[in-house]
Design a protein around this ligand. Structure first.
Ligand code: KG4
Ligand code: ZN
Length: 327
């Protein structure tokens, strides 16, 4: 069985993993920079790249060790080539290129968004195709139809903030710290979604918008006398974001010939989102386990396996595409 080494450094996680046959995780190591960026209240690109440089080799060594392999046991390398922070992407890509060159291994660049979808293949739960894919992370909110491996049709995306970014900004407004999604979820558990926040649906399109609800929360706080009912506000905000995601997804399910819907990306770790999708979608809903929702390199290796299987190889100068979405 082909063993692919995956490398991921597109944002604030330095990760390496070995995956066999595109589905079986032999190792998956993630060094998170969350604490480092928390003191700035968000990701600082320059700090992220430096930290990747510091941790990438120990992370790689640990991934090989946990897989019980040396580099000689790896058959190919897959690396995230975009979208992401350019300085961060370069760290993983430079290592991947150096390894591929010296070990004469096939190398493939992987799209980070597409990689998130492959967390379902790792979870032993590959969706029946065609499937609707909702990707909700800190940098992206994308709705797409996956017809086959390598055949992904984008349907819509956020016109402003990503769902995770909106959660992070709302958490900051509520004084809940970074990363905001998990903090909002924790606070919301003690609260009730009793505040009317707007849903801003974009009619006639599969696009999303989350800036309206964020601004509405800010105005509400400006007009409210403290102390603020933080748990209730967090619950109301979380409910509004989940509602907007579910409503658009249901519209797409009604109009497209999809057999299932998969939800992936960091925000898919949210319990309300998971439960609401499972309760409201009329077709099977597939969501990876929480450990595979956030950034990791196993999903990159899995996606790379299928790309390699289609004969894809990186050109010698492996382009980076920091502003691309799907592709
Ligand atoms: O996919 P990911 O790890 O990184 C990106 O590619 O962006 O997603 C990170 C995002 C952050 O915005 C974080 O606040 C959000 O996912 N997130 C959550 C939860 N866990 C992470 N949002 C809501 N509820 C959660 N439990
Ligand atoms: Zn991601």
């Amino acid at each position: 069985m082909v063993k692919v080494l995956g490398i991921e450094t597109s944002c604030d996680e330095t990760a390496a993993a070995v995956v066999e046959g595109g589905t079986h995780i032999l190792s998956s190591v993630v060094a998170s920079q969350v604490e480092l960026h928390a003191r700035y209240g968000g990701i600082v690109p320059e700090v992220a790249s430096r930290q990747h440089v510091l941790t990438i080799l120990p992370v790689l060594e640990k991934a090989l060790e946990e897989a019980g392999l040396g580099l000689g046991g790896v058959d190919a390398i897959a690396v995230t080539s975009g979208p992401g922070l350019p300085g961060s992407l370069l760290v993983g890509m430079s290592l991947a290129k150096a390894l591929a060159m010296t070990r004469k291994l096939p190398l493939v660049g992987v799209n980070h968004l597409e990689a998130h979808l492959y967390s379902l293949w790792l979870a032993g739960n590959p969706p029946p195709l065609p499937t609707l894919a909702l990707l909700v992370s800190g940098g992206h909110t994308e709705l797409a139809m996956m017809r086959d491996h390598g055949d992904i049709q984008p349907l819509g995306r956020t016109r402003d903030d990503a769902a995770g970014e909106a959660m992070d900004k709302a958490a900051r407004l509520l004084g809940l710290g970074y990363p905001g999604g998990p903090a909002i979820e924790r606070a919301a558990r003690q609260g009730e979604a009793r505040f009317p926040l707007p849903r801003s649906p974009i009619k006639g399109s599969y696009d999303f918008s989350f800036s309206g609800v964020k601004t509405a929360l800010r105005r509400m706080l400006e007009e409210m006398a403290g102390p603020f009912p933080v748990p209730d506000l967090a619950a109301s905000f979380q409910q509004a974001v989940v509602d907007m995601l579910v409503v658009k997804t249901l519209e797409a399910i009604r109009s497209l010939p999809v057999k299932a819907v998969m939800v992936a990306g960091g925000v898919a770790a949210n319990t309300l989102l998971r439960e609401t999708f499972l309760a409201r979608c009329p077709i099977p809903v597939l969501i990876p386990p929480i450990s595979l929702c956030t950034d990791n390199a196993a999903m990159v290796a899995a996606c790379g396996y299928f790309r390699l299987g289609r004969g894809e190889r990186a050109p010698r100068d492996l382009d980076i595409a920091p502003t691309l979405t799907w592709g």
